[in-house]
Design a protein around this ligand. Sequence first.
Ligand code: COA
Length: 274
Amino acid sequence: MEHRLEVNGQPKIEKMYQTILTELEKGTLVITINRPDKMNALNKDVITELGQAIDEVYRNDEIKSVIITGAGEKAFVAGADISEFIGLDAGAGAELAKKGQDLVFDKIENCPKPVVAAVNGFSLGGGCELAMACHFRLASANARFGQPEVNLGLIPGYGGTQRLTQLVGKGKAMEMIMSGDMVAADEAKAIGLVNHVVTLEELLPKTKEILQKIQLKAPVAVAKVIACVNEAAKSDPNGFNHEIDRFGACFTTEDMKEGTNAFIEKRKPVFKGK
Ligand code: COA
């Protein structure tokens, strides 16, 4: 079900989900995980609905960029819902991890439109993994990041061992995941886990401001940047060759002609995403 309304002349879409809120304004879809009484923990319903919302991002041309955040002032996401772990065997545990990675985390990472985490508090376990699946992260000063699974006799299962290592390097990732210790927002910035630390009040406005700037750039080129940088992060041996191919493919786009003509004509380009 979908509600369409106009706010200040801007289209706004609100889908009716049970565990997340979605709001589209000026081309940016804000997805808010909405279980504040459970620290926005990722249960099966959240994973399913997040997957549906991301599918909508791929499908819907009105959505140009995405912000993922958490409801309330305490938590972004405090992890997978631990109550759903009880009684699982090896197969069910692996299935839970695979389903989450397939339905949500990998789809976010590979999304051709920018997806940014606005981390507004505890970002632990699956929460830290969700933030890391996004293309980059902003944090409020009260944010705390960590992979505390070892406290439960577990390891990260939504990509944490891989993405934390890509982002902060092997030594720091080893220490964080083996100790389960949290790092505060400033340290997260110092180690490269987040790009900006701002106040809680500034978090969404600042994230939206960055995305508005990106939305003025050529969307096909932005999508190719995401694909190339993702390959670099994974040390893909074909990364350099794919960059060459994608660079070449840009020359076939209307946006490349518009961008180069606009430069020569000393005017601002207007990109169509074609
Ligand atoms: N799964 C399920 N429920 C969770 C949860 C999670 N990952 N994280 C928090 N909650 C629930 C708590 O059980 C509590 O529910 P209740 O009110 O019904 O008892 C509620 O959220 C509030 O959490 P609480 O622990 O009382 O808040 P706090 O401010 O004292 O502590 C945290 C906040 C985030 C430090 C603490 O909740 C925590 O350590 N959570 C688990 C983090 C974790 O191990 N994540 C990795 C999971 S793989």
